[in-house]
Write a protein that binds this ligand. Structure first.
Ligand SMILES: [Zn+2]
Length: 102
């Protein structure tokens, strides 16, 4: 069990943490350490970026759709918002697409 004093590369917060792995890997982890708060923030930003890209793709596809296809899509996205089998991300995409498709 090795405890290391580390400094978050993003916010500069100093912490003590356990780091595992071969020494090369540990060095890398120490150099590139991110505290949990910064890790969460990065992950949320990545998730938001992924949602935005999917929404953009959908809206681009919808721009060329016929009125009938648009209605079909609207029904599908409306279902997706409440579908229990769907992921949180898909529900987010559905919500935004519906808001923006007008
Ligand atoms: Zn941090």
């Amino acid at each position: 069990m090795a405890q290391y004093g580390v400094t978050c590369r993003a916010c500069g917060k100093a912490e003590t943490t356990q780091i595992y792995g071969p020494s090369k890997e540990r060095e890398w982890k120490i150099t590139n350490y991110r505290c949990y708060a910064c890790y969460r923030q990065d992950k949320q930003a990545q998730d938001a970026g992924r949602v935005e890209r999917q929404v953009a793709e959908m809206l681009t596809a919808l721009a060329n759709a016929t009125p009938g296809e648009r209605e079909q899509c609207r029904a599908e996205w409306t279902r997706a918002i409440t579908a229990v089998e769907g992921t949180v991300e898909r529900r987010q995409v559905a919500q935004i697409v519906l808001e923006r498709m007008g």
